[in-house]
Ligand binder design. Structure first.
Ligand code: CO8
Length: 372
C-alpha cells in the first residue's frame, strides 16, 4: 500500500450563532435571578452569590468572539440555560449522524469520490449520542458506504488520533478509502450556568477523506507521519457515564458535564505540546523552519500564540498559524481540522504543515503533511 493522503475535507457549520454579548446578557440575567431567589441564604453567608460574566474578559482571556450551536433559544433562556434538542426516535437519524452527513458529502465532493467507494468510517468525537449501535455504523448506512465503521473518543484529540488510526490501517492494507468524521455537540455537555467556562465551546462537524496517494484525483496532502501521546490527568474531566444509574446518581451533579482546571491545563499542556511537536519533527528528520503552516487545536488564542512561538522560534504570522476560534470557539476535536480545511488551499506543492490537537486525557496528536 502507498502513502496515505488527505484528499478532501469538509466542515458542517450549525445554523445559529451566539455572540459574546448575547451569551453574557443571558448569563447575567440568570445570575441576577439566582441571586434574587437565594437572597436570604446569600445574606446569611450560606450560599455564594453569582458574579456577572463579561464579554471583554471572554475575548481577552480566550480570543473567542462568538460560537455556532445547533439550538440557541434554550441556551439564552435564563430559565433553561441548555440547548433544547428533542430526542430522536429510533427510526430517525441521530443528530450526530445528520451533522456528519453534511460534512462527509463536502469531503467526498472535494476528493471526487462517491460514498459507495468508502470502506472505512471512524466517528471520532468527544462524546457520542448513545452507547450503541455505533454512530459511525449509522453514518455508513445513511451514506451508503461499504466496509466497516466504528466510534472512538480521545476528547479534543479524537480527530488526529482517528487520522492516525485510518492512515496506519491504510499503510497495513486494511482500508482503501476512509473518512474520519467528528460531529461535536459541545453545547450539550457544557454547563452554561458556570461563569468560568460558559463561553468556551461551540458545535460543528468536520470530515477528512484519507486515501492512498496514488488514488488521489486532485490536489491533496501526503500524510508524512503521525504521532500520538497520552498522559493521565484529572484537570479536564466529565464523570457522566453508563454507571450513573447503578451508582444511584441521577440528579443534577456538576461533575456530569465538562469540568476543567483551566489555569493548570494552560500550564501543563503547553510544555507537553511543544516537546511533542519537537519530537515528531525530530523523528521525521524535518526542521521547524520548513513548516509553512501549523493547524493547532482551537482552545485558546494565547495558548496557540505561545506554541507557535516555541515551535518556530519567533512569533508566527497569522497566515502561518490560522485561528478559527474567534468564530467557532473551542469545538473540541474538530478545531484543528476546521483550521486545516479552511486554510490550506493556498499552499503550493511541496509545502509542509502540521495539524496538532491537545486536550483531555491529557492527549496530544500530530499529523505531518505535505502538499502534493
Ligand atoms: N467573566 C468575567 N470574569 C471571569 C470570567 C467571566 N466569564 N471567568 C473567570 N473570570 C475571572 C475569574 O474569576 C478570575 O478573577 P480573580 O483573579 O479575581 O479570581 C479572573 O477572571 C481570571 O480567571 P481564570 O484564572 O480562570 O482566567 P484565565 O486567564 O486562566 O482564563 C481560560 C481562563 C480561558 C479557561 C484559560 O485558563 C484557558 O483557556 N485554559 C486552557 C483551556 C483548555 O485548553 N482546555 C482544554 C479543554 S478542551 C478538551 O479537552 C475537550 C474536552 C471535551 C469537550 C467538552 C465539550 C463541552
Amino acid at each position: 500500500m502507498g502513502t496515505p493522503a488527505i484528499t478532501g475535507s469538509g466542515v458542517f457549520t450549525p445554523p445559529h450563532t451566539i455572540t459574546n454579548d448575547e451569551l453574557v446578557a443571558a448569563f447575567n440575567a440568570y445570575a441576577d435571578r439566582y441571586n434574587a431567589d437565594h437572597a436570604a441564604a446569600i445574606d446569611a453567608g450560606r450560599v455564594a452569590a453569582k458574579v456577572h460574566s463579561s464579554s471583554a474578559f471572554i475575548a481577552g482571556a480566550s480570543g473567542i468572539h462568538q460560537r455556532y450551536v445547533m439550538e440557541k433559544s434554550g441556551i439564552l433562556d435564563p430559565e433553561v440555560m441548555h440547548p433544547r434538542l428533542p430526542p430522536r426516535r429510533d427510526d430517525q437519524p441521530s443528530l450526530m449522524a445528520e451533522m456528519a452527513l453534511d460534512a462527509c458529502h463536502k469531503a467526498l465532493a472535494q476528493a471526487g469520490r462517491s460514498a459507495r467507494e468508502v470502506d472505512l468510517i471512524i466517528c471520532a468525537a468527544s462524546n457520542h449520542e448513545r452507547a450503541y449501535p455505533a454512530i459511525a455504523v449509522e453514518i455508513q448506512s445513511l451514506l451508503g458506504a461499504q466496509g466497516f465503521a466504528f466510534d472512538m473518543n480521545v476528547a479534543c484529540s479524537s480527530a488526529t488520533f482517528g487520522i492516525k488510526a485510518a492512515a496506519d490501517m491504510m499503510r497495513a492494507g486494511g482500508a482503501n478509502c476512509a473518512i474520519v468524521v467528528s460531529p461535536e455537540i459541545c453545547s450539550a455537555h457544557l454547563e452554561w450556568r458556570d461563569r468560568d467556562c460558559h463561553f468556551i465551546f461551540g458545535d460543528v462537524c468536520t470530515a477528512v477523506m484519507i486515501e492512498p496517494e496514488e488514488r488521489a484525483q486532485g490536489p491533496h496532502f501526503r500524510i508524512h507521519s503521525t504521532r500520538c501521546a497520552t498522559q493521565f490527568s484529572n484537570n479536564i474531566r466529565n464523570n457522566d457515564g453508563f454507571l450513573r444509574r447503578a451508582h444511584g446518581q441521577m440528579g443534577d451533579r456538576r461533575d456530569m458535564q465538562f469540568m476543567q482546571n483551566g489555569r493548570r491545563v494552560f500550564k501543563e499542556v503547553l510544555p507537553l505540546v511543544v516537546s511533542h511537536i519537537a519530537g515528531h519533527l525530530d523523528e521525521a528528520e524535518t526542521s521547524a523552519s520548513t513548516l509553512s503552516r501549523l493547524w493547532l487545536h482551537q482552545a485558546n488564542k494565547g495558548m496557540n500564540d505561545f506554541i507557535g512561538r516555541k515551535v518556530l522560534g519567533r512569533d508566527a504570522a497569522p497566515d502561518e498559524q490560522p485561528n478559527v476560534l474567534q468564530n467557532y470557539a473551542n469545538t473540541s476535536s474538530a478545531g484543528s481540522i476546521i483550521a486545516f480545511s479552511q486554510h490550506s488551499d493556498d499552499l503550493p506543492p511541496g509545502a509542509k504543515g502540521m495539524i496538532c490537537s491537545f486536550g483531555a486525557g491529557y492527549s496530544v496528536g500530530s499529523v505531518l503533511v505535505e502538499r502534493a
